[in-house]
Design a protein around this ligand. Structure first.
Ligand code: MCN
Ligand code: CUN
Length: 796
C-alpha cells in the first residue's frame, strides 16, 4: 500500500523540504520486480547448458545393497549418471556441514532420511533428466527408522550414524547454560513453581523460490562460476575451495535475485556440490533446480524442540527463575548453520525480558531419520524457540496465579537503568526501555476494554482470548572473537566509491532475499553523505564484486553491514572534508557538515557540495598534501556486541465453539529496532513475520508417519497462511537506539516471526481457560483445539 508519505527514490532529493536518507521510501528493486525483470537462479541460461536431476531415497532408513545405472546411462539424452560411490572416488561423497558434522552429498552406505540424495543424472533437458531418474534401479535393505526424538537414545534404537567410527547411539550433542545449582536453590525456596511440557514442531521456511544452482566450470582456466540460491556467497565460496579443491580466487559465487530465503538458504546443499561436479565432468554449464516437494522434504527445516519449562515465582507475581530441559531433533546430519560455539544457536536468551535471579538450561540433541537443518525460518538462531518457552511460561504463571498476563509482565520487565544488562546466561543486552513498548501495545489494543468485552462474551459462553508476548532478540552476529562459522569470523566488509559526478556505488558483503537492501543501504549512504538514494548503486551477491563477509541471516545485515556502510561513508566524508578545505581555502577544522555539503563555520553561504568535492577529488586541481585522488573507502566492521531489539505483541482470537476454528481477530505489534532506516520496509518485515507466526501457530508442521514418510511434501499438506487467515496488522514502534551501533540501528528481520507464535497460542489458551485448558501444542488446528476443548490428552 502506498500512502502519501511514501516517496519514490527520485523524490529523495537534496532540498530543504524533503529529508535525504532515512524515511519511508518505495523500494528501488521493485521497479524490476513488478515488471517481471528480476533475475532468479532459474532465469540464468547459458549456451550449451545441461540439466541435473537428483534421485532421492523413497525410504527413511535403509542400506544400499546395489545400484544399477546402466539403463539411465543408455538414455539418448543423458550425459552422465553419478552415484555416491563415484563421488567417493573423488573424495566428494561427504561434505562438511556448517556445524562441524559431515553430510552425505550422495549416499554411499545407507540412506538416512526420506528424500536424501542418492544419485544424479545430467541430461540435455530437464525432462530427460527427470525421466532417466526412473531408469536407475536401487536395491534397498530396509532398516528400522528412528522418527520420534524421544526414542532416539533408547537402548537398542537403530544407530543412524554408522559412518562415524565407534558411534553406538544417536546422540548428537549436549549443551548447558546458566547455573544449575543456583537455579535449583531459587526453585527450592520459591512460593510457586509451574511447569509445562511443550513442543515447537518441525516447520519449514517454504520460500517462494526453491533452491537451485547453475555451475559453470571452465576447464581451460580452471575457473568455476556458480549462480546459487545462497544467503552467504562468501562463506560458501570458501567452503567450495576447501571441499572441491578449486583455488578460492578461481571460484566466483553469484547469488542473483532470491525469492525468499528465511534461513533455509544458508546451508550448503548436496545439490550445489552435485552441480559443480556435473559441470567439471561434462565441461558444460549445468543447472539444478529443486521442485517444491524436494524443497519441503530435503532442505533445512526449522525448530523441532521438545521442551520442558519450569518457572519459579513468589505469590505476588515476582518471577525468580526459569529452568528448562530440551530435547532437540537434528535429523540425520547436524546441518544447522549457527556460530560454531553456539550449537543451540542463541537459545541462551530464553531468560527473556525479565529480571531473574537464576536460570538454567540443559539440552540434548539427537539424530533421527529426518532431513537435516535446524536453524532457519526467521529464527534469530533459535530465539524463536527461546521466546516461545519463556512467554508460554510467563502466561502459564499468570494463569496459575490468576493474575493479568500484561500486569505480570509489567511487574517483571527489565528497567531502563539496568542496561547494559547481563543475563543469568551471560548475554549483555545493549539497550532497552521495555515498559513504554508494553504500554503502547496495550493502548493500541485498548487492553482494558478488550478484557471487559471478554468478560461479557464469556458470560454468554463465547470463546474469546487475549494473548500477550514480550520478547527481546539478539541479532547481528559477531563479534568475531566469539562468533564464527567454520573458523570464518563474523565481521563484514564494505566498499564505497563516489564517482566524479557525485553518484556512488556501495559494495556489500550481505545479500538481500527480499528485505530491500538495494533501497535501505542506499539510504544509509544518503543519510551519511547527502547523496540522493537513487544516485547510490548497491552491489551485492557476487563474490567477485564485493568484499568478504559472512552473509545475511540472524538479521545481521543492518547491525553488521549497515554499520560497515555507515563507517565507510564517514571515512569518505573525512576525506571530503580535507578536499573541501582546499577548495574553500579554510582550515578543515573550520568546516561544518550539513547533509550533502561542507560550509565555512559561521558562513553557511560559502559551501561546497559532496558532488563538487567528488569532481575535485578526480579532477586536475590541486589536492591537499598527502591526499590521494579519488573518493572511496573500505571498511571491515567487527561488531562490539549483538543488538537487542524488543517488542510487545497482543493477539485477540475468537474460537468457533462448534468447529474449533481459531480466528485471529486482531493483532497488535509494537516493535523497537532502534533507529529506523526505512519505516515502510520495517513495516513490511513485521507484516511478513506476523504472517509467518500465524502459519506456525495455527497451520504449519512437517509431519511424518512411523516409517519416516514425510506427510507434508506439498503445499496441499504443508499449509501456509494466506490473506484469509491473517487480520489487518496493527503496528506501532518505539525507538531505543543501540548504543554501540554507529547508526543506533538494531535488526528487525526476524522479530515478528520470533515474537508472534506465543502471543497467538497464549490467546487461544486464554480463550479456552473457562473449559479448563492450560496448555496446547502448535499448530492449533481445529482438530487439536477440538480435542483440547473436550479434554482429550495432547498428542505426544
Ligand atoms: N531495517 C531498517 N531499520 C532498522 C533495521 C532494519 O530499515 N533499524 C531494514 C533493513 O535495512 C533491511 C530490512 O529492514 O532492508 C531487514 O533488515 P535486518 O533486520 O538487518 O535483516 P537482514 O536484512 O539481515 O535480513 C535477514 C532477516 C532474516 S535472518 C530472515 S530469516 C528473513 C528476514 O530477514 N528472511 C526474509 N526477512 C525476510 N524478508 C523477505 N522478504 N525475505 C526473506 O527471505
Ligand atoms: Cu534463522 S533464519 Mo534467518 O537467520 O536467515
Amino acid at each position: 500500500m502506498t500512502t502519501t508519505n511514501d516517496r519514490t527514490p527520485a523524490e529523495f532529493v537534496n532540498n530543504d523540504q524533503k529529508p535525504l536518507g532515512f524515511g519511508r521510501m518505495l523500494r528501488k528493486e521493485d521497479r524490476r520486480f513488478v515488471r517481471g525483470k528480476g533475475t532468479f537462479c532459474d532465469d540464468v541460461q547459458l549456451p550449451g547448458m545441461l540439466h541435473l536431476a537428483i534421485l532421492r531415497s523413497p525410504v527413511a532408513h535403509a542400506r544400499i545393497a546395489g545400484i544399477d545405472i546402466s539403463a539411465a546411462e543408455a538414455h539418448p539424452k543423458v550425459k552422465a549418471v553419478v552415484t555416491g560411490a563415484m563421488l567417493a572416488e573423488r573424495n566428494l561423497a561427504w561434505m562438511p556441514t556448517l556445524s562441524n558434522d559431515v553430510q552425505a552429498v550422495l549416499a554411499t552406505d545407507k540412506v538416512r532420511f526420506q528424500g536424501q540424495e542418492v544419485a544424479f543424472v545430467v541430461a540435455e533437458d530437464r525432462y530427460a533428466a527427470r525421466d532417466a531418474l526412473e531408469l536407475i534401479d536401487i536395491d534397498y535393505d530396509i532398516l528400522d527408522p528412528v522418527i520420534d526424538a524421544r526414542t532416539a537414545l533408547s537402548p537398542g534404537a537403530p544407530v543412524i550414524r554408522t559412518d562415524v567410527p565407534g558411534k553406538e547411539n544417536n546422540h548428537c550433542f549436549d549443551w548447558e547454560t546458566g547455573d544449575a545449582e543456583e537455579t535449583a536453590a531459587v526453585f527450592a525456596s520459591a512460593e510457586v513453581v509451574v511447569s509445562e511440557d511443550m513442543v515447537y514442531p518441525r516447520v519449514h521456511p517454504a520460500p517462494l523460490e526453491t533452491c537451485g544452482a547453475v555451475a559453470d566450470y571452465d576447464r581451460v582456466d580452471g575457473r568455476l562460476t556458480l549462480w546459487s540460491t545462497t544467503q552467504a556467497p562468501h562463506a560458501h565460496r570458501t567452503l567450495y575451495a576447501l571441499v572441491a579443491g578449486i583455488p578460492e580466487h578461481k571460484i566466483r559465487v553469484i547469488s542473483p535475485d532470491i525469492g525468499g530465503g528465511f534461513g533455509g538458504k544458508v546451508p550448503i546443499y548436496p545439490g550445489y556440490i552435485c552441480a559443480i561436479v556435473a559441470s567439471t565432468i561434462t565441461g558444460r554449464p549445468v543447472k539444478w533446480m529443486e521442485d517444491r516437494s524436494e524443497n519441503l522434504t530435503s532442505t533445512g527445516f526449522a525448530r523441532d524442540y521438545i521442551m520442558r519449562g519450569e518457572i519459579a515465582a513468589n505469590r505476588d507475581g515476582r518471577i525468580l527463575a526459569i529452568r528448562t530441559n530440551v530435547l532437540a531433533d537434528h535429523g540425520a546430519f547436524n546441518g544447522v548453520a549457527t556460530p560454531v560455539k553456539y550449537p543451540a544457536g542463541f537459545f541462551g536468551v530464553f531468560t527473556g525480558s525479565y529480571d531473574l535471579q537464576a536460570a538454567h538450561c540443559k539440552m540434548t540433541a539427537v539424530y533421527t531419520n529426518k532431513a537435516p537443518g535446524g536453524v532457519a525460518y526467521a529464527c534469530s538462531f533459535r530465539i524463536t524457540e527461546a521466546v516461545y518457552l519463556i512467554e508460554r511460561m510467563v502466561s502459564r504463571l499468570a494463569d496459575e496465579l490468576d493474575l493479568d498476563a500484561a500486569e505480570l509482565r509489567l511487574k517483571n520487565l527489565l528497567r531502563p537503568q539496568q542496561f547494559p544488562y547481563r543475563t543469568k546466561t551471560g548475554w549483555v543486552y545493549d539497550s532497552g526501555d521495555y515498559e513504554p513498548t508494553m504500554r503502547k501495545a496495550m493502548e493500541l489494543a485498548g487492553y482494558a476494554e478488550l478484557r471487559r468485552e471478554q468478560a461479557g462474551r464469556r458470560a454468554r459462553g463465547e470463546l474469546m482470548g487475549i494473548g500477550i508476548s514480550f520478547f527481546t532478540e539478539a541479532v547481528g552476529a559477531g563479534p568475531r572473537k566469539d562468533m564464527d562459522i567454520l573458523g570464518l569470523g563474523m565481521a563484514d566488509g564494505c566498499e564505497l566509491r563516489v564517482h566524479p559526478t557525485g553518484t556512488a556505488v556501495v559494495r556489500l558483503a550481505v545479500q538481500t532475499q527480499g528485505q530491500g537492501h538495494e533501497t535501505t543501504f542506499a539510504q544509509i549512504i544518503a543519510e551519511e553523505l547527502g547523496i540522493p538514494p537513487d544516485d547510490v548503486d548497491v552491489v551485492h551477491g557476487d563474490t567477485d564484486q564485493t568484499p568478504f563477509g559472512l552473509g545475511t541471516y540472524g538479521s545481521r545485515s543492518t547491525p553488521v553491514s549497515g554499520a560497515a556502510a555507515a563507517l565507510a561513508a564517514r571515512k569518505v566524508r573525512d576525506k571530503a572534508r580535507l578536499i573541501a578545505s582546499a577548495m574553500l581555502e579554510v582550515s578543515a577544522t573550520d568546516l561544518e557538515w550539513r547533509k550533502g555539503a561542507f560550509h565555512v563555520a559561521g558562513d553557511p553561504s560559502t559551501s561546497v557540495t559532496i558532488q563538487d568535492i567528488a569532481m575535485r577529488a578526480h579532477g586536475s586541481g590541486d589536492l591537499p598534501d598527502g591526499v590521494e585522488g579519488g573518493l572511496e573507502a573500505q571498511v571491515c566492521y567487527n561488531p562490539e556486541n549483538l543488538t537487542y531489539p524488543h517488542g510487545a505483541y497482543i493477539c485477540v482470537v475468537d474460537i468457533d465453539p462448534d468447529t474449533a476454528q481459531v480466528k485471529v481477530r486482531r493483532f497488535i505489534a509494537v516493535d523497537d529496532c532502534g533507529t529506523q532506516i526505512n519505516p515502510m520496509i520495517i513495516d513490511g518485515q513485521v507484516h511478513g513475520g506476523l504472517t509467518d507466526g500465524v502459519g506456525m501457530a495455527l497451520m504449519e508442521m512437517m509431519a511424518f508417519d512411523e516409517d519416516g514418510n514425510c506427510l507434508t511434501g506439498s503445499l496441499m499438506d504443508y499449509l501456509l497462511p494466506t490473506a484469509l487467515e491473517v487480520p489487518d496488522w496493527e503496528t506501532g514502534y518505539t525507538v531505543t537506539p543501540s548504543p554501540h551501533h554507529p547508526l543506533g540501528a538494531k535488526g528487525i528481520g526476524e522479530c515478528a516471526t520470533v515474537g508472534s507464535p506465543p502471543a497467538i497460542v497464549n490467546a487461544v489458551i486464554d480463550a479456552l481457560r473457562p473449559l479448563g485448558v492450560h496448555a496446547i501444542d502448535m499448530p492449533l488446528t481445529p482438530s487439536r483445539v477440538w480435542d483440547a476443548m473436550r479434554g482429550v490428552p495432547r498428542p505426544p
